[in-house]
Write a protein that binds this ligand. Sequence first.
Ligand code: BTN
Length: 231
Amino acid sequence: MFSKILTFNRVTSTQDVARRLIGQREEIAVAARAQTRGRGRQSRLWFSPRGGLYVSFLLFPRRRLTSLPLAAARSVIRILEHFGFARVSIHWPNDILLDNRKVCGILCEQVRGAVICGIGLNVNTRRFPRSVSNSISLSLAAGHEFDTDQVLRALVTAFSLDYRNLQDGGLDIQDLRPYLSGLGEPVEVRTRSGAITGTVFDIDNDWALLLADRVGRIRKFLCGDVRRLTW
Ligand code: BTN
């Protein structure tokens, strides 16, 4: 899978490049060393200087896959562990944390029968703007730089496997439960229709967040922003 990996020095966004390739109906990976208009979730910008790794997988899944971020998260965790990192966790829905700081973001977009799964990984980023000050890179955490091409190859290999397993029904949320941060904790979930507070009850097999609200009712969220609260 992903026999084709297109690599660029600088693009606006690898999501945009992947989008332009939909017509070819081929599952490919698009990678860049820098982005001038990297996109994050909820229309935020993704800080994309040289030193980071920016990849978009153009996919044509056989069926609707709400849990695609689960496969991407599994792959990122797999490679971080391969490179020797231990304190890795997931902040639902799409953030991978290292030492409780954001090292990777995942953005899945549905476009004209395709899904584009973008992964931004802070590999050798040295400093971050104040707006994303709770970020970390692999090099800052490890004290040495990494070969971004090697990290890219590892990520493509891992994602090929996890995506295939997901399509075949062989990827289980149980694999990721030990990495989930915030289970049982009070949080606020912000969605387009407002904010709801409650306690994180669980994550289900659709990769949905199950929140126990203040009266104990279980509410299901397929997307949203989660902020920890202290009650
Ligand atoms: C987030 O945490 O908000 C998601 C960030 C996703 C960033 C990646 S980098 C590769 C791909 N290209 C983009 O413009 N965005 C995604």
